[in-house]
Design a protein around this ligand. Structure first.
Ligand SMILES: C[S@@+](CC[C@H](N)C(=O)[O-])C[C@H]1O[C@@H](n2cnc3c(N)ncnc32)[C@H](O)[C@@H]1O
Length: 213
């Protein structure tokens, strides 16, 4: 989630785009409220909408999410999938994962959801691909490591969506700290690696969309 509505876009543009987002159903609306009240960093609704569009186009069968939190994006993605699809999601925090399990249970998704509890860099090498869709939304300084671990498991044509690539505007502003420097290097990498075709969109907090070529 971005820090402020005008962190990436001009305020008037961001407010306009927010106003024309489709209304959320009661479950997602209550999760957004819960996230606001308890300070959970769920995806911005405009990122969720982008992911929906991509899933509708791609129709993936085996998805991996790095960073579950309370399961908001699991529900957004799961609703676009059918009963043959499997969505795996990794979360470090036991208590947060319990909350995610409850919300995802309430959502009665058509697809199968498999949660993994643990540090993403320890869990990812244990998973069995291939995957055809990845959503990376976890520790910013570890994005490069997630990519290294996921690339051998991704099919040609797989989509990789990465949240927070502009990091509240700091990446472009030249701020130096561990997360911002790591994201700058990650952006350089995904936009120059010949195995990936990438665009970084000023959607939400900066959203990367890459295709495995
Ligand atoms: C930005 S949130 C994910 C939001 C979620 N994708 C959504 O949009 O609803 C990142 C999550 O990663 C979890 N996390 C932090 N460090 C982690 C690690 N090393 N391995 C796995 N998960 C981690 C945090 O507890 C947090 O819930």
């Amino acid at each position: 989630m971005k820090d402020g509505i005008d962190a990436i876009l001009q305020r008037s543009q961001a407010e306009y785009l927010e106003k024309i987002l489709p209304a959320r159903d009661p479950l997602l609306a209550s999760m957004e409220q819960f996230a606001r009240e308890k300070d959970h960093p769920i995806a911005d609704p405009e990122v969720a909408q982008l992911v929906r569009v991509l899933l509708r186009l791609k129709r993936p069968r085996h998805l991996i999410e790095v960073g579950t939190n309370i399961g908001y994006s699991v529900i957004v993605m799961g609703r676009e999938l059918d009963r043959t699809a499997v969505l795996e999601s990794v979360e470090l925090d036991h208590k947060i994962l319990e909350t995610a399990r409850r919300y995802v249970g309430d959502a009665s998704l058509p697809c199968r959801v498999v949660f993994h509890e643990g540090a993403a860099t320890a869990v990812l090498p244990t998973l069995e691909g291939p995957f055809d869709f990845a959503f990376i939304d976890c520790v910013k300084a570890e994005y490069g490591q997630y990519l290294d671990q996921l690339l051998p498991q991704l099919e040609p044509g797989a989509l990789i969506v990465c949240d927070n690539l502009l990091w509240g505007g700091q990446v472009a502003q030249g701020v130096h700290d561990a997360s911002t420097d790591a994201l700058r290097e990650f952006n350089r990498r995904i936009t120059s690696d010949p195995r990936l075709l990438t665009t970084i969109l000023p959607v939400g907090d900066g959203t990367g969309v890459s295709v495995m070529v």
